[in-house]
Design a protein. Structure first.
Ligand code: HAM
Length: 403
């Protein structure tokens, strides 16, 4: 037998229900904010990610699934933003009246060491807004992420927020990191030793435990100088989030693992995943459209890991069916179930001839009410309170519509 590829995962029917929940909530919430769905190919030219995500990132350096075909280097997309930007440019969307709001979902591929919450084929749902320079767009995409998580029944989230400033601020930031870490350079991992010159911001994102320990000693030092304009932008983002009661923690070491960001960056975390605890990551990337050959176009967005979302949803009690028909007459149960379902009442019934006691046990786990059909009346038991009433058959539907 051939086994499943390491770091990939089958989604079986019991779990697929959670994926349908994530997808239908996405349609609903993104629709409310005026987003249109975009579906881009999984395969892109390798250079798109090398130029877009950045040559010094782990993603491009170590994690891409890349292969040659007819002399062209192709890559399975490791993230969604670069492909969306390519499509935005190629399809002339920069000529549309801004903001242009796009959302997507689908599989992404990164050759990482698999562990809980980290796969080699995983899925993201993401949102990108093009054409708005002002801080309201940053605040709106963060609010969108929070609304989406709330719509899924996930309220206990932590938003971490930082600003990377503009390219001038970032040069100062990099020099400060170099200054602070100069004496520690020999103890950093080989990757970070080469990051020190090329892109020291990446050191803040290193997964090596010894590098993390060294950095921990410097976390309280202000290393991130921000110019007045970037400071005002960030202040306004915070003000807009405050006005919407979005709670956030400021984290000046949050730099994100991709090179295209400027100004606002954020992640949303839940305690569940240990070190792999970010369910959402995003930020502003005003330079990317131009880097990839389009006109200067500000942009901001985020993506969420759907496997990580599914693990959170698994912890929430599944919604119960309205009614479970407990009955040893399969044909009567079948007819009543069909009438109730036609009236929009979610109904389960046993079609396998299980003993009444077994049916009741199943009903207690999965339904709000048990129905015991009996001639012209049916017994209806509230499975939470144990209270039972007798309802005439012709009143059953209205009983459920009111309860
Ligand atoms: P990212 O932080 O690399 O950002 O990924 C976003 C989310 O995808 C993470 O927070 C995590 O939930 C999930 N994720 C990433 N890698 C894995 C993995 N190996 N296994 C399971 N889940 C994973 C981006 O990809 C950016 N494109 C986000 C963005 C959109 N920024 C602006 N617009």
């Amino acid at each position: 037998m051939t086994n499943i590829v390491k770091g990939t995962k089958d989604i079986l029917p019991a779990e697929a229900a959670l994926w349908q929940t994530m997808e239908s909530a996405a349609l609903k919430v993104f629709g409310r904010y005026g987003y249109g769905e975009i579906r881009t190919p999984i395969l892109e030219h390798t250079e798109l990610f090398a130029r877009g995500v950045g040559e010094t990132t782990d993603i491009v350096n170590k994690e891409m699934y890349t292969f040659e075909k007819s002399g062209r280097s192709l890559t399975l997309r490791p993230e969604g933003t670069a492909g969306v930007v390519r499509s935005f440019i190629e399809n002339g969307m920069h000529r549309l009246s801004p903001p242009v709001k796009l959302w997507y979902k689908g599989p992404m591929f990164r050759y990482e060491r698999p562990q809980a919450g980290r796969l080699r084929q995983f899925h993201q749902v993401g949102a990108e807004v093009f054409g708005i320079e002002g801080p309201a767009a940053d605040a709106e995409v963060i609010l969108l992420a929070v609304d989406y998580l709330n719509a899924l029944g996930l309220p206990d989230l932590e938003v971490e927020l930082n600003t990377l400033g503009c390219s001038a601020c970032r040069e100062d930031y990099k020099n400060n990191i170099r200054g602070v870490l100069k004496s520690e350079l020999k103890d950093l991992c080989p990757d970070c030793q080469s990051r020190y010159d090329k892109n020291p911001l990446r050191i803040l994102d290193c997964k090596n435990l010894q590098c993390n320990a060294i950095l921990a000693g410097f976390l309280n030092q202000p290393m991130n100088p921000i110019c007045d304009e970037c400071g005002a932008h960030f202040d306004e983002v915070k003000k807009l989030l405050d006005a919407q009661n979005v709670k956030y923690n400021l984290n000046n070491t949050l730099v994100r693992g991709l090179d295209y960001y400027n100004r606002t960056v954020f992640e949303i975390k839940f305690g569940l995943f240990g070190s792999q605890n970010a369910v959402c990551g995003g930020g502003r990337y005003d330079g990317l459209v131009k880097t990839l050959g389009g006109p200067d176009t500000p942009a901001v967005g985020w993506a969420m890991g759907m496997e990580r979302l599914a693990s959170l949803l698994e912890l929430i009690e599944p919604e119960k069916t309205d009614a479970y028909i407990v009955c040893d007459d399969t044909s009567a149960a079948f007819t009543l179930a069909s009438q109730l379902r036609t009236a929009g009442i979610t109904t389960e019934t046993d079609l396998s001839g299980k003993k009444i006691q077994k049916q009741l046990e199943k009903a207690a786990k999965t339904a709000r009410y048990a129905i015991f059909p009996g001639g012209k009346q049916a017994g209806v038991k509230n499975l939470a309170t144990g209270e039972q009433v007798s309802i005439a058959n012709e009143d059953l539907i209205s009983y459920f519509q009111n309860n």
